[in-house]
Ligand binder design. Structure first.
Ligand SMILES: Nc1nc2c(ncn2[C@@H]2O[C@H](COP(=O)(O)OP(=O)(O)O)[C@@H](O)[C@H]2O)c(=O)[nH]1
Ligand SMILES: [Mg+2]
Length: 351
């Protein structure tokens, strides 16, 4: 299939083109969402920047930055195309719902600074997010100029997963920020995620040449600093797309069991060798993980973090499923499952 060059530059590929019927091709135009607003969307199409709208609120909630949509002549979104990757989390606060972060992201730059922001448990959460979505994860360590020995942070980051790329960059130095370009190609999309203040917007400015401060919606925080309040997709200088995001205070996972097993593959593999199939890796005889801890091969903290993420993922999935269904009978099923798990836990199953 011949793909229009202007759309290809936006990340259009056969994967998306093949989702269009011949009717779609006649009456609808594809566009890529670059920002979500309360009353509509900013998007890019082969004709340039367009403002799009959705008929229902529900549709607005199911379309996110990076999505490809089909719009009619009145600029109404008629359909969202199937995504290649989806980044989502459980929404912050008490609300039990899934929140989309971005779609069709190829590379996830997990940004942290060489200071107190550096936290292996948090980085592992982001790695699980990337793995679940199917994105290439790259750890970006900023502010090396403000610390005595950035390699201490880099070594800790590299130990979090096999073959994990770790880049040290001073976000104010364009020669150093250019390293990030090696991790996503023309037409591909990268996203920057991490806490507030770690340098995401500074990196965006360096990689896009756009003064993000004046482009995105910003507001002054209590200390008079500027903070990014929305997610925006920008064209990068090397022909890719870059998504700047506001700082995330908490990243609560959902539907991430596959990603957890990939990031913690060392533990998941060892668990297969435990004597009991439902080993909790606490005090059971024949526990392969405890044996590895005793041999000094696995840090006890890493086991705790794995178990915490697994428990949290299961709980968040259940809470979201329950809230979605609003169904009391489902709550009953979960309660009885829990009861069965506890009973099962005391009667160990041999392999
Ligand atoms: N010295 C130094 N300052 C940095 C670096 N990266 C970011 N900053 C500063 O850190 C502050 C927060 O950066 P910003 O890009 O707004 O962070 P964001 O909240 O992640 O978007 C700004 O004052 C930047 O100039 C770096 O590598 N070195
Ligand atoms: Mg920012």
């Amino acid at each position: 299939m011949d793909l229009p060059p202007k759309l290809t530059k936006l990340g259009w590929s056969n994967f998306f083109a093949s989702q269009l019927t011949s009717d779609d091709q006649e009456s609808l135009s594809p566009a890529r969402i670059t920002a979500v607003h309360r009353n509509g969307f900013s998007a890019l199409s082969k004709d340039g920047v367009v403002k799009l709208f959705a008929k229902e609120n529900e549709e607005i909630e199911s379309v996110t930055v990076g999505d490809w949509v089909l719009a009619d002549a009145d600029r109404m979104i008629i359909r969202r195309l199937k995504r290649r990757t989806t980044l989502s989390r459980r929404a912050a606060g008490e609300e039990a719902r899934k929140q989309l972060i971005a779609a069709n992201v190829d590379t996830l730059f997990i940004v942290t600074s060489c200071n107190d922001d550096f936290n292996p448990a948090r980085l592992e959460r982001y790695l699980v997010l990337a793995s679940t979505a199917g994105c290439q994860a790259v750890i970006v360590l900023t502010k090396p100029d403000l610390c005595d020995d950035p390699s201490i942070y880099a070594d800790q980051a590299r130990a979090l997963a096999q073959d994990l790329p770790v880049i040290i960059v001073n976000a104010h130095d364009s020669e150093q920020t250019a390293q990030l370009q090696d991790w996503w190609r023309k037409g591909e999309t990268a996203a920057l995620l991490g806490s507030s203040g770690v340098g995401k917007s500074t990196l965006t400015a360096a990689l896009t040449g756009i003064d993000v401060a004046t482009q995105s919606i910003r507001e002054d925080d209590a200390k008079g600093r500027h903070t990014t309040t929305s997610r925006n997709l920008y064209p990068s200088l090397h022909g890719g797309w870059l998504l700047d995001t506001p700082g995330m205070r908490a990243l609560r996972l959902n539907e991430s069991s596959g990603g957890i097993d990939t990031v913690f593959a060392d533990l998941a593999t060892l668990a297969n060798h435990c004597k009991f199939r439902d080993c909790t890796h606490v005090s059971e005889p024949g526990c392969a993980i405890q044996a590895a801890i005793e041999r000094g091969e696995i840090a006890p903290d890493r086991l705790r973090r794995w178990q915490k993420l697994t428990t949290e993922d299961v709980r968040n999935n259940e809470t979201i499923a329950l809230a979605r269904s609003g169904n009391k009978s489902l709550a009953k099923v979960y309660r009885s499952n829990k009861k069965r798990e506890t009973i099962g836990g005391s009667r160990k199953k041999y392999r």
